[in-house]
Design a protein. Structure first.
Length: 298
RNA sequence: GCGCCGGUCGGAUAGUGGCUAUUCCAGUGCGCUGUAAACGCACCGCCUUCGGGCAUCGUUGGUUCGAGUCCAACCCGGCGCA
């Protein structure tokens, strides 16, 4: 079975850097290519705002699934899975090793597991209509459309209920889950550091991003007609930048809010990763160990 | 100094004298196989054998069967007048 490397970990920990390093060293002379696993970096134009790797940092290693979606539209896991699988295939065909790198555990799991997901595009009109209903009402509706999903969904989570209904309606029948046996062997490398160390990393990266022009980027996006609501919807850091620009927050308050936002995210990421026993954990400075581990596994 | 207003969990807030002091934010933990940086849930004074137990609404007294709520004095903060 073909091997695929996965590099995951909390925000700001240094995944991208490691991915490039591995891509250069592993599997000589062909090396590897990186496929991002980040639900926000898929959007074009939000570079600093999502902490995207820069051209220079890529050091010539091809990176995929960055900038593949318009921020005005909604991207979905199903789409991610489809695109990523295609990229994996192509990279392997080139004799290289695919390196999945990112912090969106949900996407990594979707890709790593054998579940087949038919693509169902978001239906704004339906969503808007459903949003006005109560969670209980939505749950009842879902139960009729897709009892299996209703069985294990969180009945209080309207967002999930709405998406489930949307899918059931779009498919026109009760959605079935199809599992296919795994095609690739995923080697999962997790990066982890002590809490206070991660906090420092997050702070310093934030400072860098602010200096790098997060605010200017925000202006550009607004110019291109990305509605304000989208930023909120996506939970982006930009929302605090905008409040600062409007004078609603002091610079210090803005920074603290940004930090808080990132830290909360980092914790949620860990909650997700913790459950996966396949992840082999390292600290970012254990490069030699990681390389050794990979060589053994490949 | 006088007058007015206010002091409730880390912050903000609700609370006709009567069950269990509310909600939001922050904090902590967790969940999530179709929006996932989104979204949801639990806990969030102290102790706990997880059944519950003990506190608590600036302080001290008082009225009352019963006070966060009424009264008095004091302390603190804000505003106004001197």
């Amino acid at each position: 079975m073909k091997k695929v490397i996965v590099i995951l970990g909390q925000t700001a920990i240094g995944k991208s850097y490691l991915a490039v390093k591995i891509a250069k060293k592993i599997n000589p002379p062909a090396g590897g290519e990186v496929i991002s696993a980040d639900s926000r970096q898929v959007y074009k134009g939000i570079d600093i705002g999502t902490g995207k790797i820069t051209r220079a940092e890529m050091k010539g290693i091809p990176h995929h699934l960055l900038d593949v979606a318009n921020p005005k539209n909604q991207f979905t896991v199903a789409r991610y899975k489809k695109l990523a699988e295609k990229k994996i295939k192509e990279i392997i065909a080139r004799g290289k090793i695919p390196i999945i790198c990112g912090g969106t555990g949900f996407y990594i799991d979707a890709l790593t597991r054998g579940t087949v997901l038919p693509e169902v595009l978001p239906n704004r009109k339906l969503r808007k209509k459903l949003m006005t209903k109560s969670a209980i009402a939505l749950f009842v509706t879902l139960k009729k459309l897709d009892p299996r999903r209703a069985n294990n969904i969180d009945p209080k989570n309207k967002i999930r209920l709405i998406r489930a209904i949307e899918i059931a309606k779009a498919l026109g029948k009760v959605p079935k889950i199809t599992e296919i046996k795994p095609v690739y062997k995923f080697i999962k490398i997790g990066l982890r550091v002590p809490e206070d160390s991660l906090k420092r990393k997050i702070r310093s990266r934030l400072r860098k991003r602010i200096r790098g022009g997060m605010a200017a980027e925000l202006y550009d996006l607004k110019h291109q007609g990305v509605p304000w609501k989208r930023f909120i919807e996506l939970g982006f850091d930009q929302k605090y930048i905008a409040l600062y620009l409007r004078g609603k927050l002091s610079q210090k308050e803005m920074f603290e809010n940004l930090f808080k936002n990132n830290w909360q995210y980092a914790k949620r990421q860990m909650t997700w990763f913790k459950r996966d026993p396949e992840i082999k954990w390292f600290t970012p400075d254990q490069y030699k160990k990681i390389e050794k581990y990979l060589k053994k596994k490949l």
